[in-house]
Design a protein around this ligand. Structure first.
Ligand SMILES: [Fe+2]
Length: 179
């Protein structure tokens, strides 16, 4: 095996590509693992972040949302496992190879939409969502934020269990759009 890329061969890259396959196809298990890590994060809210994720996704499902919106609802805050300030961008980049362009942008910008409900308490402008009002995904982002995400901090809400979303996760993360 090469010690410098500029000395590599076609055969070596063929071998590396083949060795990547099990890792690529294990993505659903990594998504489940990240969701489970949210249980240890409460960050001062009335629910832990796994409950918040499950409540957001359960509310979307019960409202008849399409599968991609349910996946987006379940995973929108998964970036908090790494870092809170840019968690929307982190989650968006994780999901980008598996979801539509609209879903990518909804996750990427969701904090700007959430701000309408509480940024007055942080000294920030509440109208940050308005910069996206001409985007094709604006209405969906408003529904996601106002109907589900901002309303999903109720510890008494009976959420569907994480395992009930496993089939959907397996379907969405079976393979990226491009390998
Ligand atoms: Fe959220």
């Amino acid at each position: 095996m090469f010690t410098r890329m500029d000395q590599s061969t076609q055969e070596e890259w063929q071998h590396i590509s083949e060795q990547h396959m099990p890792h690529i196809f294990d993505m659903p298990a990594r998504i489940m693992s990240m969701l489970r890590q949210l249980e240890a994060l409460s960050l001062g809210f009335g629910t832990n972040q796994l409950h918040h994720a499950l409540q957001t996704a359960t509310m979307a499902k019960r409202a008849g949302a399409e599968d991609e919106m349910i996946i987006l609802s379940l995973l929108h805050d998964v970036g908090k496992v790494i870092n809170v300030p840019n968690h929307g961008q982190i989650a968006a980049e994780i999901l980008k190879p598996y979801v539509s362009n609209d879903a990518y942008h909804i996750i990427r910008t969701h904090q700007d939409f959430q701000g309408e409900h509480y940024y007055q308490y942080m000294g920030k402008p509440q109208d940050l969502r308005n910069q996206y009002k001409n985007e094709s995904w604006f209405t969906k982002a408003v529904e996601f934020t106002d109907e589900w995400d901002q309303a999903a901090f109720d510890p008494d809400y009976k959420v569907d269990p994480l395992e009930s979303f496993e089939t959907l996760i397996n379907t969405f993360f079976a393979a990226p759009h491009t390998i």
